[in-house]
Design a binder for this molecule. Sequence first.
Ligand code: ZN
Ligand code: ZN
Length: 344
Amino acid sequence: MKALVKKFPGIEGVCLEEIEEPAAKAHEIKVKVHAAGICGTDLHIIHDEYPCNAPVVMGHEYSGVVVEVGEEVDRFKVGNRVVSLTAVETCGACTYCNQGLLMLCNERKSIGSGVDGAFAEYIVIPEKAAYKIPESVTLDEAALTEPLACAVRCIMERGRVDAGEFVFVSGPGTIGLLALQVAKANGANVVVVGTSRDEKRLDLALELGAMAVVNMEDQDAEEQLMKLTNKKGFDVAIECAGVSVSLHNCIHLLRKQGLLIQMGLFGKKIEVDSDLMVMKELNYANGFATEPTSWEVALRLLEYKHVDVSRLLSNKLSIDNWKEAVRLAEQKIGYKTLLLPNGE
Ligand SMILES: [Zn+2]
Ligand SMILES: [Zn+2]
């Protein structure tokens, strides 16, 4: 089968190859991949900025259809549409595993970095890692369950947003527009900000339920923002851009004792005004990808249409065009870029 494999360091170490098709063992299911999204982590793996077990098939945000089940599998049958957790291998016995915190297990191996992932025609995963896709959700939409579950993890499980609160979302990319909708689903009044190059993204934020959007390059941006919160500042700020000026804005615009939620990754050390955080007694939350609980909530948000990901499915390319797909993702053209390992 065709697979996009990280074989050795350097971008030349990423190759589209013909590899042996995997088979499902007793407790495993084999899934024909429908679509697999390119995520920031994949770009980091390509550039050797995120650890991986090369050679490994990349890709962890996907949806597909079960084509084979192991003999001990009882929850799934051939034809089921599924998504799956990324942390498919853990020790099952440590403090974290015992609490269902799979991402924190020292022996964790995730698909797409630790073990073979979804940029391939087929993927084999343990039955216990898989979830059925609700009927009302398309396979394309389901491919965004993983990033949505990341937003659920940060905003609802590690952080908290209450009804009526003023929430500031900095960065209107895929993650920002998912964060907006998760905060909105919790009853918040959400303001999304970006820069002049985000004009279209900010328009979409309004369509997806933002109470207001602001271009941070406007002379009076701060004034506009403070006015929106009746001069009190925001209760919650969600940093989704992964750039230091965005983090600075979040800290600055939060009210005293507000909650800062870090969703973006900076990819390097950055300067933080930590004294200002102390003087405002800010609370802080973040999240390392997803846990099983986040997937259950994310799938329910999709099923009952609290979150609309259909507008974020802007680029769909055959896996043969993976270089072009990586370019679109790196240059942040459109929103989510999906690879189709089995064609349209
Ligand atoms: Zn991801
Ligand atoms: Zn463990």
